[in-house]
Design a protein around this ligand. Structure first.
Ligand SMILES: Nc1ncnc2c1ncn2[C@@H]1O[C@H](COP(=O)(O)OP(=O)(O)OP(=O)(O)O)[C@@H](O)[C@H]1O
Ligand SMILES: [Mg+2]
Length: 255
């Protein structure tokens, strides 16, 4: 299953009057087995793109196509890790994950077992019976990651899922995410501010302009997996992305 966005335009009304153009002619394709990263400055429209793909926000113009047929969101199983955890605070951690599994058709027993399995994967099985507000922000985000992966989605949308985690936890979860993705081989759209993370994870990296966002460049990452974050070839690609974003590395000027 391949996902395409064709000529997406989006404006939001401003409370101070007028309209804010956010997306301008965004056209992209995420291949059936492709891990696609999206990078861009804060406020440029990254989350808006994911919301449009998920069907939570309607574009003003343009189309979201699944295998060239109009998106049928009722058929498509989407795992979405939002920028904020968005857990149900009145349900235990385990029930948060189980609830998503039940909605995806699992039996109660299956859902409870699978929930614990995915919580263990993000290192939180010891906290399964706690409630979300007893967890730190990063731990809540890991519950949200477990919830999105547990349903074994057809399409995975991730909005800066690791940006509030310490680097050690982030590294573990990046490797774990790749392990799961390599088994399932489903399309992924992964939004991040972190250009090195993008080239470490992605088959390709889409670079967005400032608002209104359009795609400035698509960078193909040809390096085989499993990659090393410190690989000089990744660092070079990171540099190319930062350059496209208009961020000059401090050591770019050589004497
Ligand atoms: N529902 C909304 N109503 C009005 N304006 C909105 C709405 N959602 C987003 N915006 C505006 O659209 C722009 C893009 O927002 P979006 O959340 O997509 O940015 P982003 O690239 O995800 O930023 P960040 O990296 O900070 O998360 C922002 O200027 C934001 O104020
Ligand atoms: Mg965002």
């Amino acid at each position: 299953m391949q996902i395409s966005l064709r000529g997406i335009h989006k404006e939001f009304p401003r409370q101070t009057g007028g309209r804010l153009p956010v997306l301008r002619d965004v056209t992209l394709t995420v291949g059936a087995e492709e891990f696609c990263c999206v990078v861009g400055a804060s406020g440029c429209g990254k989350s808006t793109i994911l919301n449009i793909v998920a069907g939570l926000t309607l574009p003003d113009a343009g189309q979201v196509l699944v295998d060239d047929a109009h998106l049928d969101s009722s058929r498509l199983r989407i795992g979405y890790v939002f920028q904020k955890p968005r857990l149900l605070n009145w349900r235990s951690v385990r029930d948060n994950v189980a609830f998503a599994l039940r909605a995806a058709g699992a039996s109660a027993a299956q859902a409870r077992g699978k929930a614990l399995h995915y919580l263990a994967m993000v290192g939180l099985d010891q906290f399964a019976d706690e409630f979300p507000l007893a967890l730190s922000g990063g731990m809540q985000q890991r519950v949200a990651i477990a919830r999105a992966l547990a349903i074994e989605p057809d399409l995975l949308l991730m909005d800066e899922p690791f940006s509030h985690l310490d680097e050690m936890t982030a590294r573990t979860l990046r490797a774990e995410l790749l392990r799961i993705w390599e088994q399932a081989r489903k399309p992924v759209m992964f939004v991040t501010h972190n250009a090195l993370e993008a080239v470490y994870l992605g088959d390709k990296v889409l670079i967005l302009s400032g608002r209104p966002a359009t795609i400035l460049k698509s960078v193909q990452v040809e390096l085989p997996r499993h990659r090393e974050m410190e690989d000089p070839r990744l660092v070079e690609l990171q540099r190319e992305i930062l350059h496209t974003l208009g961020i000059m590395p401090v050591n770019a000027v050589r004497h």
